[in-house]
Design a binder for this molecule. Structure first.
Ligand code: FAD
Length: 305
């Protein structure tokens, strides 16, 4: 089994940042992701709030990160981690492409979309139901779509879709959690219709979405649309750590100021941790702390050996 100083799971901005720090420390590490490098960056249409990069498309920033890491010698391994066990002082990582032993583990696996679980959602996934406007928005040019959600990324996606779709109905189940700038931009779009206090009860259609059944102020009604962007909520991508008995809050990993978790040698950074703000800039910052903490932990183990 391959052995290393640090195994990093997730190659979003957090994982790539951690890998850069590890590479520059001359310790051995692996960066693994089950998907393309960049993680959620690949779902973002436009980024305006990353310091030093005035306006950039998410996939372009992902490419820059990938190229920077690559030029420093970071190697990406494609694979999906299904389980992590403790073996003495080491972490035993089980992935679909192999098994590994590492002194430290950095978890940077982000979040995934929470399904609503309403009738029609699963059956029509990929047939008009989507969880990513940047990925699928193009299929809905000139059509009517529904965006379901209340958080900042749902607002951003509704703004983006308004440049493609004929009409964007934004169904808002809870008070908006967004910035003033995004809220004003959304409200300024002539083809965006806001439906507050509105919940989706089911997704309608057989071969393709033809509408949603919604509930507003106790009344039910059908709203016709060809696409549903379901952006209601997220859950942490940390299920594969179950056997370690980590301290979490609803699956989000609890860390201290050094990004250390309740399991010695295991550090976490980015969207997967328990925190209030999920943004690129703090994901990268946390990863730099996680990596330097992991480096210090590895040196202390080497010294003690
Ligand atoms: C639509 C949208 C718009 C946004 N806009 C902005 C913005 O304008 N500005 C801003 O600052 N932030 C924005 N954000 C938030 C920002 O994208 C995230 O905070 C940030 O990308 C999180 O990075 P991360 O590295 O923690 O996680 P991610 O980018 O989610 O990366 C996690 C990686 O882990 C991998 N992974 C998960 N599980 C496994 C496993 N078991 N095995 C192997 N690999 C695994 C995933 O494939 C993924 O690549 C937006 C988010 C969305 C969805």
């Amino acid at each position: 089994m391959e052995k290393m100083d640090c195994f990093i799971i997730g190659a979003g901005i957090a994982g790539i940042t951690a890998a850069i720090y590890l590479k520059r420390s001359n310790l051995s590490s692996i960066l693994m992701d089950k998907d393309a490098p960049g993680g959620k960056l690949n779902n973002i249409h436009r980024i305006d709030n990353y310091p030093g990069v005035p306006e950039i498309a998410g996939p372009d920033l992902a490419m820059r990160l990938y190229e920077q890491a690559n030029s420093l010698g970071v190697e990406f391994t494609y694979g999906s981690v299904s389980e992590v066990k403790k073996e003495g002082d080491m972490f035993h990582i089980i992935a679909d492409v192999g098994e590994y032993l590492a002194t430290t583990l950095i978890v940077a696996t982000g979040i995934e979309n929470k399904k609503l679980g309403v009738p029609g959602e699963a059956a029509l996934n990929g047939k008009g139901v989507s969880y990513c406007a940047t990925c699928d928005g193009n299929f809905f040019k000139g059509k009517d779509v529904v965006v379901y959600g209340f958080k900042d990324h749902a607002v951003e996606d509704a703004i983006y879709l308004s440049s493609l779709a004929s009409t964007v109905h934004m169904l808002i189940p809870e008070p908006l959690e967004t910035t003033e700038a995004h809220e004003n931009e959304l409200k300024g779009k002539k083809n965006v219709v806001l439906h507050e206090n509105t919940k989706i009860l089911s997704v309608l259609g057989e071969d393709h979405v033809r509408g949603v059944l919604l509930e507003k102020e106790g009344k039910q009604e059908e709203l016709a649309c060809e696409g549903l962007f379901q952006l209601y909520g997220e859950k942490s991508s940390s299920q594969f750590l179950a056997s370690l008995g980590l301290d979490t809050n609803k699956g989000f990993i609890r860390v201290d100021a050094s990004m250390a978790t309740s399991v010695p040698g295991l550090f976490a950074a980015g969207d997967v941790i328990d925190k209030r703000l999920r943004q690129l800039v703090n994901a990268a910052g946390e990863a730099s702390v996680a990596a330097t903490s992991a480096i210090a932990y590895i040196h202390s183990k080497k010294k003690a050996a």
